[in-house]
Design a protein around this ligand. Structure first.
Ligand SMILES: [Zn+2]
Ligand SMILES: [Zn+2]
Length: 272
């Protein structure tokens, strides 16, 4: 294998994947995917994300409550997240943000817990993993008001236009492209991806959701991030190796893992 890839956003502890993590990560290694960020979506799920990271050398974790769950958050959940974040393999707070598309929680409540978790990330000196859907203006407003307090972060599954991309880059954030980049109807997004600087771009699966072509509709897994990386490579007239190298470096940078890259050696035998 002449390249190694990082999958910057996964949910290995969702029901579709959690009973087959060994096999899923073995297939990832075979495909060249040597670093996986496992992202929490709630207090319990974040606990699982950290346990999985503790078990597999190539897996790191992010802890947070997804905007869908905002209506059910209790103040003590934030204390629990802070405790979890003390684990050495927790690299970020997230995913947090705003989702005005599904609106599973009221907008004001989402905004409240987004800001609370941004403050938590600031206290912990950790970057954030941000989810935003049909809420770009509100997301930007909150991030801009708190920009002095940001320790960096990633706009995950980025699907905005070029001006939105530039606004988030302006805040010092990275943009992460998912399998959506490979969808036939995603030509506008591919145009955006063509124009963003390659030192600020990551790739992700968001597995088990959003499988890229040619696996669309199937359960997504980290091995499939290769399809998104290949697509990004084509858009920039680069080979896969160079794209893998760049996005790998960016992922290390985004999650404060600089200098640890050589230590991330996936073992065939995970810790029991
Ligand atoms: Zn998300
Ligand atoms: Zn996600």
């Amino acid at each position: 294998m002449s390249f190694r890839l990082a999958d910057s956003h996964t949910h290995l502890d969702e029901p579709e994947l959690r009973h087959q993590k060994e096999a899923v990560l073995a297939r990832a290694r075979e495909a060249g995917v040597a670093l996986v960020i496992n992202v929490g979506i709630g207090r319990e799920n974040s606990r699982h994300a950290v346990a999985t990271a503790a078990r597999f050398p190539e897996v790191y974790a992010s802890v947070g409550v997804h905007p869908h769950g905002a209506a059910k958050v209790q103040p003590q959940d934030l204390e629990a997240l802070a405790k979890l974040a003390a684990h050495p393999k927790v690299v970020a707070v997230g995913e947090i943000g705003l989702d005005f598309y599904r609106r599973r929680s009221p907008e004001k409540v989402q905004e409240h817990w987004f800001m609370e978790q941004l403050a938590l990330a600031h206290d912990l000196k950790k970057p954030v993993v941000i989810h935003t859907r049909e809420a770009t203006a509100a997301t930007l407003k909150i991030l801009r008001e708190g920009r002095r307090h940001l320790w960096g972060g990633v706009m995950h599954c980025f699907q905005g236009d070029l001006s939105e991309a530039m606004a988030f880059l302006d805040l010092g954030l990275f943009l992460s492209f998912s399998g959506v980049l490979t969808f036939p109807k995603a030509e506008p997004l591919r145009q955006v991806a063509r124009h963003v600087p390659l030192d600020r771009v990551l790739v992700e699966t968001d597995c088990p959701y959003l499988a890229p072509q040619p696996w669309r509709g199937k359960t997504n897994e980290p091995a499939y991030v290769t399809a998104t990386a290949r697509n990004l490579a084509q858009l920039h007239n680069l080979d896969l190796e160079e794209t893998a190298r760049l996005t790998w470096q960016n992922t290390l940078k985004a999650f404060g893992l600089d200098g640890k890259g050589e230590d991330i050696q996936p073992s065939a035998e995970p810790k029991a």
